[in-house]
Write a protein that binds this ligand. Sequence first.
Ligand code: ZN
Length: 153
Amino acid sequence: MSDHDATLDDLYQEILLDHHRSPRREGLCPDCGLRAHRDNPLCGDEITLGLEVEGDTIAHVSQVGKGCAISRASASMMAEAIAGQPVRRAMELVETVRRMLRGEAPDEDGEDLEGLEDLGDLAALEGVARFPARIRCALLPWEALEEALARPL
Ligand code: ZN
């Protein structure tokens, strides 16, 4: 486990830890009828996502899950990022996060990735790209989002 220890400081950035400790929008709201469940057996992560979409806006977001800090923090950050946003924006964020996790994110200038300055806490996920084994953990909630939004309303 020593190689884990060596990278822990980088991986568990302050923002990730904060979301892990205080998950946002946790607990499924009864009106969030668009649901999706995903799991990542490699790590033991699970998420159930619930959305309420009004018109083309994501009116409510709720999520429950278990697993590692990365997956839980990612779910919490995602819930915050998409609440109140147009569905189209949420789908854009799925692609943006996917690119970030593939290591296609820009350096600190943020010029290569459109809209990075709007990402807020989500930008913390960029660091996960350096840890291939954890990318799946970070992506899990976003796959659930994609699935939930793909369902007919
Ligand atoms: Zn995990």
